[in-house]
Design a protein around this ligand. Structure first.
Ligand code: PEP
Length: 249
């Protein structure tokens, strides 16, 4: 059985005090839910976030990590460093990392492998640009992103993979894929995994939707059978909005 998941990607927002305050509010208001709830604060606040959430069901996850074990990579963070502060899940492949930090499928494949070698769970993000969708090339783009970064993994590794389909045109833009568009793509992703591996792996992987999910549109998007939750950017920075989205799952 795959998990339902709601994750908040805080990106480069919230200083230490703001991080602690938001986490305290989220912990206090967290509804009773079967879903896994995760937040990804900025690196410098991860340790503090882990401490704040010690008694909470909310998991602290990282926004990124490097593929190397250690060494001369100024400004980067390793898998061991995350494990050392009790962070066991990492987002890899966010479209902002791809676009602004030139992270290619090849680099992402290495990051995924390093995370898995350390038994860190990977939330792998991918999705097409607006031009791809306009050219009706979105299925090809998504299939290639998955193939290039994930389809060399051994089957057993898939128990530590969470997928987040995030059409780039819907991230931070207020534009959302319609629930039907999200379902169509999620179904395609599951079919593609079933073909590359098998139906059990495809059925067991959680596929989140990300792209301007808000309290108002979450129930309909989460109501689709192949949508197992959401990766939330902007709305995860506002406690009441994030809580309302968690309630929608
Ligand atoms: C994201 O950055 O992963 C995201 C989905 O952002 P937003 O919800 O703000 O579109």
């Amino acid at each position: 059985m795959r998990s339902k998941i709601v994750a908040g990607n805080w990106k480069m927002n919230k200083n230490l005090e703001e991080t602690e305050a938001l986490l305290a509010t989220l912990s206090a208001k967290l509804p009773d839910t079967q879903a896994e709830v995760m937040v990804a604060p900025a690196y410098v606040n991860l340790s503090a976030a882990v401490r704040c959430l010690e008694a909470s069901k909310i998991e602290v996850i990282a926004q990124n990590m490097h593929f190397a074990e250690s060494g001369a990579y100024t400004g980067e963070i390793s898998a061991d460093m995350l494990l050392n502060i009790d962070v066991n899940t990492v987002i890899i492949g966010h479209s902002e990392r791809r676009a602004y930090f030139a992270e290619t499928d090849g680099i992402l494949a290495k990051k995924v492998q390093t995370a898995l070698d350390h038994e860190i769970r990977v939330m792998f993000c991918f999705g097409e640009e607006l031009e791809d969708r306009k050219a009706n090339n979105h299925f090809n783009v998504v299939e290639n992103q998955l193939r290039n970064a994930l389809f060399s993994l051994e089957a057993a590794s898939w128990s530590r993979i969470i997928l987040a389909y995030e059409p780039v045109w819907a991230i931070g833009t207020g534009e959302t894929a319609s629930p039907e568009q999200a379902q169509e793509m999620h179904e395609f992703i599951r079919k593609t995994i079933a073909e590359a591996y098998d139906q059990t792996i495809a059925n067991n992987v959680s596929i989140l939707y990300g792209g301007s999910v808000k309290p108002g549109n979450a129930p309909e998007i989460f109501g689709k059978p192949d949508v197992d939750g959401g990766l939330i950017g902007g709305a995860s920075l506002v406690a009441d909005d994030f809580i309302a989205i968690i309630k929608a799952i």
